[in-house]
Design a protein around this ligand. Sequence first.
Ligand SMILES: [Zn+2]
Length: 342
Amino acid sequence: MGSRARAAAIAALVALGAVAGCRSLGRVPEHEDAVARGERCLEVRDFQGAELYYERALQASPRNAKARIGLARVALERDDPRAALAQADRAERECVLAEQDKVALLIVRGRACQRLGRPVGLVWAYLHRAYEAGGPETRQRLHKDLLRLAGQLPSDTPGVKEFLAAVPAGGAAARSRIRPRRDWDPGGAPQADIPMGKPFRITVHHSAHDAFIAGSAARSAAASAEVIRRMRAYHVQNRHWQDIGYHFVIDPRGGIWEGRPLRFQGAHAGAAHNKGNIGICVIGNYDAQGPSAAQVDSLTWLIRRLCAQYDIPKRQIFSHCDLKATTCPGRFLKRIVAELRA
Ligand SMILES: [Zn+2]
């Protein structure tokens, strides 16, 4: 065997040993390094080996936080978020937690909630707390996730503004796509009587504006803002509602605008159907033509985001005409809504 071949053979044996070591429980490790061995198994995705080592560490010392958290991480890797949460609960109940254990647990909880489809705000709360409490390595590991989550949350979610402000310029893409109310109603103090509670459905409308008005709204953001102000004035003066009826308005260029704040119930689907119902109005008449690609993209993004945030199932996405005898939101837009619901 030449020296190069020998080196290769040794390297192969070492590599084999690293993996085989995870399973060689016959040679009982000192319980002190059972956790370290568990970690190594987890790194190479030998979940069975990792579990065995962590459990061994727990047999030796039932309050070993790192071993308990190790089991939670294995459960996550095995795509069993409920088991991960159960292990996290046990860690909190039974173990003495060092600062870094607490950070690890926050990450486990955040990731488990993400897998379970829990509200984005909750996932954010766990991971952001871990980010704040963790060291540079944790921060680096969580940064991308938090950027993505921040982009899906209202800017007044605790921590979001500060997090985005600390992101170097160029991270603008991560900012929310939703223009805040003040962009069309500066200084407004929107009020309505009925609190929204937890939203459980979404209804899509069109504004039925003629081509002239829709065309004017398409010219610029300032022009869209003017059309939204007129919509609000019509709702308040002619319909005697307290504020614009919709929670969101999508302009002809796909811009998404905050309307009535989500903390208030909307006025858009009729008294019987407004409860827990997020109203989205797309500017234009979609009996006459199809919405633009930008509008479809924004509507899709907004509805997915709201569904994820509030745990709204797809079957609770409606066209106005699903709830009432009306042509709203027009035959072209209705088709798109049906696809989003499918
Ligand atoms: Zn409608």
